[in-house]
Design a protein around this ligand. Structure first.
Ligand code: ANZ
Ligand code: ZN
Length: 809
């Protein structure tokens, strides 16, 4: 009986045929200039390696596509572009690993990537493809660099920077995860180098404030808030006995100043060398400074870590509140790059200081008491970090600690100050595979940007592209590249040889998708105005700081220089979950990475898309098990079987209305909230109900296919076309999304309880919508009720719809 039901073709073959129909009709290419209801549906920029896609990546791609298809059927002009982020250390390291050249490898990777993506059934706007290593693209990445420079947002500075000893390049703070290189996992060390930075800190407050205005996953917003790390406090100067220098500290607790019993400088603090004359134990101090530089920030600030430090013998500071002389240490738990790089230590009220003071036998003086005015404060066995009233603080005794912040700061001539944890974006990389930074160093004119007419500065092919580890890019050994004339004075000059961080490439790509062929401008302003900000953005939570922060920054800069009128790039952002394999994390070292190709060719895109969506809501991960796939395969076979057997002449069937409208509601709502798994469950219920029914009609099938279309776009299209016989009809994917009628959603009857004087005497099935008058008439006819009310005077009738009626006699 199943003959003819099973499609004899391999699924991937019939899918291919349908794909070429779609391409011909261009249903996924919106008219970018003229679209009426634009909807920008975007997945985070992928950076594939030549090994190809990971099944988790495919789940996200198809996941965002389900949303896009849904929106398209709701009448939007959906734009779902695709391209690739191919520059950067990730691709370069992979090239080195397989002993290939990144420039050659890029072509292979690209081809394979697009081939893999072609079969997953996404409604990509293929015509707008872009790759970050294409000179037509990075010309504008370089142009952005120059705009930042011209607006005082790109500068060079010598600083202690993160250095990955394995990638042989500097990294930005964001690329150091738990003290390790985000790309290769090697522990990062500090190096003193002159580098290019972007002044992202100027935007700290705006980036923080705007978070309240965008619809993003809450955990992602939180990660951004923490990373920006706003803190309100004060800067206070401490005199040094017998020296003109002062130690400036940043503190969030100026109210505890009377309890500052010692001070700490970061080992890298400039005062350490400025005070050299006074320091009696110089050898010990320089040894400690040297060791500290080798440690990562993470290592230095770990809370449970035994504190280390060295007393600066011969140096004494004065506590400005009480004039007390206090010792000064260097210790690596104080970081050079935060606040002022120096602290006043208050061991009674700061855990780190408490631990240090105990180890070094320093006085611990409680100055904020939670038990005020009872004078007996307990002996502390840990720091008390909360609020209270001041004690042991001279004329401030008894003041609330919150109020004392401002008072004490004023008393010692300090200034209230807000500090951010965020630091400027280190943008230069001593590597090969990236856009050359478009700057020229001239001995006479200083730094001169490459004139716009000379862009792009093309990345030359260099056979020996390996990083050298000397703090220089391989481009620094190519004379024909770096030897240039100064654009201003025409004198001898040297081209910058560092390349920019790959996160700059991916910080603006969604602008260019709208206008990839534009030779004159970075993009056309009217197109950008029409389509941006992005309506729906989906990507990995691991980029919650890195990519999303940089993108927001670049967008704000583009606004400030007058190119666009908005400053947040993504209206809505949702993070997706991660896929495991048989319960374990998928990783190359475990050898359990699922490559999508074999699966897509064996089962077809419809089955794989649905299987991946069925695992869990998109925001959550799921476990990939081969055994689970057959359930979906069977489901789609049952759909085809039903399609063969239903009565095509039957127009509609009232008995199925309830499940039809319930399904429309459920699938619509679940698609909107990316809970594809439960949408698919509802489709399964819908199908079973139709299988049980004798009277499936054409209308039911139409709605079912439409609801199925985002998930299984090929089967839906094929059956939709068949349904219309020989007639060629527009694609199901541009047909209208069905709407439900709420009347069908409720149960049609309920059990009404009948009481007399509050006692239950009877119950009866009544229609869901029944008036009180009808209920009263009905009750009078009930045999069980008659005796209770017969001949009595009815005083009151209480009717609670959908529940009960109580007759008071
Ligand atoms: C005195 C004090 C007393 C502090 C007290 C805290 C509690 P957040 O909130 O993260 O901004 N600090 C300042 N600069 C530092 C640096 N470069 N490295 C390490 N620690 C530093 O933290 C601000 C607090 O962290 C500052 O306030 C300072 O310690 C410390 F009862 O000053 B506090
Ligand atoms: Zn010059």
């Amino acid at each position: 009986m199943c003959r003819g039901v099973l499609n004899s073709m391999k699924p991937s073959q019939s899918e291919k045929r349908i794909r070429s129909q779609w391409d011909k009709k261009k249903i996924y290419e919106p008219d970018i200039a003229k679209a009426k209801r634009p909807f920008y549906n975007l997945m985070m920029f992928p950076y594939p390696s030549a090994e190809g896609l990971h099944i988790g990546g495919v789940r996200t791609f198809t996941g965002i596509d389900m949303y896009g298809r849904f929106k398209r059927m709701q009448g939007y002009d959906v734009f779902e572009p695709i391209g690739l982020d191919g520059f950067g250390i990730h691709s370069e390291n992979y090239a080195m690993k397989i002993k290939a050249h990144p420039m050659r490898l890029a072509g292979k990777t690209e081809k394979r990537f697009y081939e893999q993506l072609a079969v997953i059934g996404n409604g990509f706007a293929w015509n707008e493809r872009l790759e970050t290593y294409d000179p037509d693209y990075y010309k504008w990445t370089q142009w952005i660099f120059i705009q930042l420079y011209k607006n005082g947002l790109a500068y060079r500075k010598k600083a202690l920077v993160n250095w990955c000893p394995s990638c042989l390049t500097v990294l930005s703070d964001e690329q150091v995860v738990s003290g390790e290189c985000e790309r290769c996992g090697t522990a990062v060390v500090k190096k003193d180098l002159e580098q290019w930075f972007f002044r992202i800190t100027k935007y700290a407050e705006r980036m923080l404030r705007n978070l309240d205005t965008i619809d993003w996953s809450e955990n992602i917003k939180m990660a951004q808030r923490n990373w920006i790390g706003k803190s309100d406090g004060a800067e206070i100067d401490f005199k040094i006995l017998g020296a003109k220098e002062r130690i400036r500290v940043f503190t969030t607790r100026p109210d505890t100043l009377f309890g500052a019993t010692y001070m700490v400088l970061a080992p890298e603090h400039p005062l350490v060398s400025a005070l050299e004359e006074k320091i009696e134990n110089r050898a010990e101090v320089s040894r400690y400074v040297r060791d500290a530089k080798k440690k990562s920030e993470m290592e230095r600030t770990r809370e449970e870590k035994e504190k280390t430090g060295v007393l600066l013998r011969g140096v004494k500071a004065l506590n400005p509140a009480n004039g007390e002389g206090i010792p000064v240490f260097i210790a690596d738990y104080v970081l050079a790059g935060y606040g002022t790089g120096a602290i006043m230590a208050v061991p009674a009220h700061d855990k780190r200081d408490f631990q240090f003071a105990n180890q070094f036998k320093l006085p611990i003086r409680m100055v904020v008491c939670p038990h005020y005015p009872e004078k007996t404060c307990p002996v502390l066995d840990t720091a008390y970090e909360g609020q209270g009233h001041l004690v042991d603080s001279g004329k401030f005794n008894g003041m609330k600690s919150e109020d004392a912040k401002k008072e004490i700061t004023g008393f010692v001539g300090g200034t209230l100050k807000t500090t951010y944890r965020l630091r400027d974006w280190l943008i230069s990389r001593q590597r090969y595979w990236g856009p050359p930074i478009p700057m020229i160093h001239c001995e006479r004119c200083g730094i001169v940007p490459v004139p716009e007419k000379d862009l792009p500065v093309k990345l030359p092919f260099i056979k020996d592209f390996q990083p050298k580890g000397k703090g220089e890019s391989p481009l620094a050994s190519l004379k024909s590249f770096y030897q240039v004339k100064c654009p201003q004075c025409k004198g001898k000059a040297r081209r910058e040889t560092d390349v920019s961080d790959t996160f700059l490439d991916s910080a603006w790509y969604f602008f260019r998708y709208l206008d990839i062929k534009n030779k004159k401008n970075i993009f056309d302003a009217t197109r950008v105005k029409k389509w941006l900000p992005v309506d729906m953005y989906i990507g990995g939570a691991e980029h919650s700081v890195l990519h999303l922060l940089y993108t927001r920054f670049i967008t704000m800069v583009l606004k400030d220089i007058g190119l666009i009128s908005f400053e947040e790039p993504f209206k809505k952002f949702r993070a997706h979950g991660l896929i495991t394999k048989d319960g374990a994390k998928m990783s190359k070292s475990k050898g359990n990475v699922v490559s999508p190709d074999a699966y897509f060719s064996k089962y077809g895109a419809d089955v794989m898309r649905m299987y991946l969506a069925f695992l869990a809501p998109l925001s959550e991960g799921g476990d990939f098990r081969d055994a689970g796939i057959s359930g979906i395969t069977r489901f789609l076979l049952r759909v085809r079987k039903l399609f063969k057997t239903f009565d095509k002449n039957k127009k509609s069937s009232p008995n199925l209305q309830k499940v039809v409208h319930r399904s429309i509601k459920k699938v619509t709502e679940d698609l909107e909230s990316l809970r594809y798994n439960t949408a698919i469950s509802q489709l399964m219920i819908f199908l079973s109900e139709m299988e049980k029914s004798e009277e499936v009609a054409k209308d039911n099938i139409i709605i079912f296919l439409k609801l199925l279309a985002p998930f299984a776009p090929f089967a839906a299209e094929e059956l939709w076309q068949k349904l219309n016989g020989k007639k060629i009809v527009p694609s199901i994917h541009t047909s209208e999304w069905p709407t439900y009628d709420p009347r069908y959603l409720e149960d049609s009857t309920y059990v009404l309880v009948i009481q007399v004087n509050g006692k239950i005497r009877d119950q009866v099935d009544v229609p869901m919508v029944i008036s009180q008058k009808d209920v009263e008439a009905l009750v009078e006819t009930r045999e069980k009720i008659k005796p209770w009310i017969f001949g009595k005077k009815i005083k009151k009738i209480i009717f609670v719809p959908k529940k009960l009626i109580n007759i008071v006699v």
